[in-house]
Each structure stands twice: as structure tokens, then as C-alpha cells.
Design a protein around this ligand. Sequence first.
Ligand code: FES
Length: 252
Amino acid sequence: MSSVVAAWKRLPWWVEPMTIVGVLTIFGLYSFVVILLYEGRYEEYVSPFFSFTAVMDLPGWVPGFITAPMLLLWIPLGFRATCYYYRKAYYRSFFWDPPACGAGAQEKEPRKPENYRGERALFVLNNVHRYFFYASIIVVAWLWYEAFRTFFPPEGGFQIAVGSIIWLVNIVLVSAYTFSCHSFRHLIGGNMNCYSCAKGGSARRKLYNGVSRLNAKHPQWAWYSLFSLLATDIYFRLIMSGVITDFKIIGG
Ligand code: FES
């Protein structure tokens, strides 16, 4: 793994921003196509892009181009779009502002440093990140419930299938991303000046230290969870269309 990281770092500086543009564009297009055109539930599995909206029927007066998962997807999309890490990633890769820190990259910066004015205009909306975090907790709780349900097929009994493991790994990674959020770290201890002065301060300090360790790898969780969402939905589509069979390790 360390040799892969070392090899990645030796690549030209523009490889990273261009890769980010490619991956985020593919992920965005894929998720919109899926929620616009496809179903979200098959036997014991629910696509992570649909969650509880997979069984939701919209009233007849709602225009046809609006689908149930759209009522949900704004939460994870808003959470990621306002995430401190993703902001850095897309300012660099989509806006080239600046594209990287590497030698040679700063000359590509489209404006002079003295003209930098921070996140203004529409970008002040990034400050609502903590509210997206609160809403995401509901989504994460539901995804845990759906991962748990994959161990119990509709015909009854208990199973461990390849799909159950994929759903479980996905929600673990999505949870790691969500709870390594800077807003959560601030909420549970980053807003305190003195732990020993506060009631329950030592427990809070321990929790804060744990979240800080998780937080140190926030960029990695951001990418791992993005890929796991994609992989889980692709697996879902493959078993739903009969291209592959969900292999049962136990039960079934
Ligand atoms: Fe990335 Fe909150 S900072 S999810």
C-alpha cells in the first residue's frame, strides 16, 4: 500500500485534480441516472441511493420527472458538497483554484493571490454543513437498518450472503466518513476550552480523541465510502437483473 501511495505521489501534479474531476463526474451522473430511471428494492436488498424512499409512492400531483429518492438524495449530496475535504478537492480540480500545491501548479492559478476573497456569494451556503451532518445521521441510521435486514431474507430465517457483507462494509465506511466529520468533532469536544472543568469532561475527552483519530483519515473515508456506495449499487443492479447470483455463505 505504501508503495502505491509513493508511486501516486511521484506522478505529475495535474493527475490528482484530473482524476478527481473524472471520479466525481462519473459518480454524480451515475447516481442521477439510477434515481431517475431505476428501481431501488429487490428481495432483501435496497440500493443505498434509495434507502427508505425505495418503497415510497409519491402523490399523483407530483411531476413525473421527480422521483422518490430525490426527496432523500439532497441530504448525502449536500453533505458531501459542503464537506470541508470535498470543498478543497473540487475547488482544486473543477475550479483550478489553485489546482494543487505542487511546484508548477500555483502558476496555473487563474487569479492573483491578492484577489482572493474567500467563500463568498453562493459559497457561503457551505456554512450549513453542520445541518447536513445532522440530517445525515438519520440516513446513516436507516442504512444500518437496511444492512441488518440483508441477513434476514423475505422467506424467513437467517443468512450470510455476499450481498449482506457488501451492505455491511458499505455502511461501516459510510459511518466512518460521517462520524469523522469536522462538524461532529467540534460538536463533541472541539467547542470546549477545559475538559477537566466540565462535568463528564474525561469521557468527553476520550470520545473527542477517538473522533480525532477517525477525523485524521477523513479524506480517505470520503473516497472509500464513495466507492463503496457505487460498488454496492452496482452489485444490487447485477443481482436484480440476473447477471449474477447472490452467493449464500450461510443459510438460504
Ligand atoms: Fe467532511 Fe463534514 S467535513 S463530512
